[in-house]
Design a protein around this ligand. Sequence first.
Ligand code: PMP
Length: 365
Amino acid sequence: SQRLQPQIAAIHPYVPGKPVSELQRELGLQSVVKLASNENPLGCSEQVKQSISAQLTEVARYPDGGCYQLKAALAEFLQLKSSQIAIGNGSNELLELVARVFAGPGDEIVFSQYGFAVYPISAQVVGAKGIEVAAQDYGHDLDAVLAAISDKTKVIYLANANNPTGTYFDKQTWQRFIAQVPSHIIVVLDEAYIEYARSFVEQDRFFDGTDYLSDYANLLVSRTFSKAYGLAALRVGYMAGCEEIIGYINQVREPFNVNQMAQVAALAALNDQTFVAESVKQNFLGMRQLTQAFADLGLDYIPSVGNFICVNVGDDAAKLNQQLLQQGVIVRPVANYGMAGYLRISVGSQIENDFFIDVLKGLLN
Ligand code: PMP
């Protein structure tokens, strides 16, 4: 339409997968295994379920627009002040808000090749130019990111671990990088998968982005309850940074952006670190199950520190994806990321992984 902003028309939207129930109906299959959205195969903590039940009488009331209790708990968890935390309807919302607050037409937003799909969209929505920096071995090349900075750069998005590649840049690389970014440029460090990364990365290479907030006022760290905490359906994530910048984010977000069920569930989930630890442990074992199967099948994969892994299945990836679907296995093609030969597999439960591996073996042999 004539009225549509041209930058909106140009957006390649984020395309979520078909609902499992729909696929089951379509294919007439009893069991469908979904390994496509990096969800937690263990579900969520029992305490989360109880906390939601207890809120059912409050459905007629608006949620706490300031997420007071959740922010207080996160502040204690992260050793920060409540005023340094913003809560979002998924971390996705907060990632987009950063672009809205800090960039507009004529500005540049930098991210990496194979970076998370939401970053280029966030740039386009505000009319800023997205600058995609070439990756190195599927990982972020932080020297190249530095080299891509211009006087128009307003925001840099980096995911560690990255989705969909599962790659990680280490503490030393990060320290060198963040020290060289001009302090007027916002660096968004997206740590959606940090709980898993901690279990895979050697201690001296691992880092927690929130440890750098006191030194860098231009740093924002985003995290989510959708993965290791198992709350993807509820949509809740958070961003930590200096008071001033978090204040701006809170200024532009919708007043009741996080619903009450999500708030109480996130609080309960945060308080059950035993569940998180068990999820991370199961993921570690599940990752080993998948990589061993890939090795047995002679398939290359990109070593991952997340709860998903990209496996190289060659030129027929699209066809193989369709064949997997026909047999009730939903995975994620990543051709839209420029990785046409790969499929991204989320780590499932041991039973789900076995089911996927059996189907895959059947199709490849
Ligand atoms: N960042 C990365 C790197 C992700 O992979 C995802 C989920 N796919 C998100 C952010 C957003 O997660 P959510 O909105 O559920 O918090």
